[in-house]
Structure formats: C-alpha cells, structure tokens
Ligand binder design. Structure first.
Ligand code: ZN
Ligand code: ZN
Length: 187
C-alpha cells in the first residue's frame, strides 16, 4: 500500500540557453507529490504517517523554497552572488531563517545562507524529480514522485528497495530499533 503526501515549493529559475521564454528568469509554485510504499504497519494501520513524510522531505526540500535555482554554468550565478555580496546578504540575513542543512550531491548543491541551489542539469520538472529522488531515496521508501510547475508536470516510478522497521505506536521509522519520537524499543 502507499502513503501519499504533497508539498509546495516557491522558486525562481531559468533554462540557460533554452530557446524559449523559459530562458528568462521567472518563478513558480511547484507541487511535489511523494508516494511512499511499504506494508501496512499493523500497530498504527498506516504505511507511514503523511505528516512525518512531509517533515522528512521538507527538512531537505525547504532549501528549494523561496530559493533561486540555477545551473552551475549559468553566468547569472556569479552576477547574483556579486549583488548579494555587495548587499551583505550572501552569507545570511536575520530574516533568512527557513534554512535546511546544506547538501551537496552529484546533481545539486544547496547554499541555504543565500537561498540558492546550484544544479548540474537544467531544473525542469524532470530535473527536479531526479534531484528529489537523489536526496530522499535513503530516507523514504519512495515508489513515485510527481512534480507539477505551471503547465509542466512529470512523474517517475521507482521500485522501493526495502521495508522499513517502523514504530507500532506512532508509525515513524525506528533508528537502531528505537523510536526517536516515543522511545519504543523493538525486541
Ligand atoms: Zn519555469
Ligand atoms: Zn514511536
């Protein structure tokens, strides 16, 4: 069975060297749908609590919210960092509080202090799905990711590789056999 959750991301981007309107900087509200698959946990009669899926995903993905997403070879990148530097907001601002832990993998690097994500590939809806999967595949049993942004939408299905040990009392993933939320111990 699957648990399904959605979250919104507001972001700005452009498709560098794309021959169309999208080569100009513009913004979207993107809607990400995550489907997590596993057995139904008999203790709580759920696959996984949806608010916990959201929390796990948001912890990483909030770096994309109210963020600028640019490809690493885009000349806007040094130009914008130069403006942020001169304005004194490149290394953070008191009002920039919604920061996730910085991440870096082969597809994307987050700079939470200046709300910037630098990507290897153009950040299309397809590109976003690849990035989201790379960031969350070890944390959630992802079966499907759908991303919608304006008129664009894409979806990809995955074969969940494992079954997670979950707390029979509150449903969240056990860490070394212990529930990080309620303290339940698996014996
Ligand atoms: Zn766009
Ligand atoms: Zn628990």
């Amino acid at each position: 069975m699957r648990s399904i959750t959605k979250l919104d991301l507001q972001y700005a981007h452009r498709f560098y060297n794309f021959k169309g309107e999208a080569q100009y900087l513009h913004g979207h509200t993107g809607v990400l749908t995550l489907e997590v698959e596993d057995t139904v946990n008999p203790g709580v009669n759920m696959v996984f609590p949806c608010n916990e899926i959201q929390k796990t995903a948001w912890d990483v993905l909030k770096n994309f919210d109210h963020a600028l997403i640019l490809r690493s070879d885009d000349p806007l990148l040094p130009a914008i960092l130069d403006v942020y530097e001169k304005q004194g907001i490149k290394n953070g601002a008191p009002t920039n509080t919604m920061k996730g832990p910085a991440f870096k993998n082969e597809l994307a690097t987050a700079y939470p202090e200046c709300r910037l994500v630098v990507t290897k590939e153009t950040m299309t809806v397809e590109g976003m799905i690849k990035i989201v999967y790379s960031l969350l595949k070890d944390k959630l049993n992802i079966a499907k990711i759908t991303f919608t942004s304006g008129v664009n939408a894409a979806t990809e299905s995955y074969t969940p590789s494992k079954s997670m040990d979950r707390c029979p009392l509150c449903g969240i993933a056990l860490v070394d056999g212990v529930c990080p939320k309620c303290g339940y111990k698996k014996h």
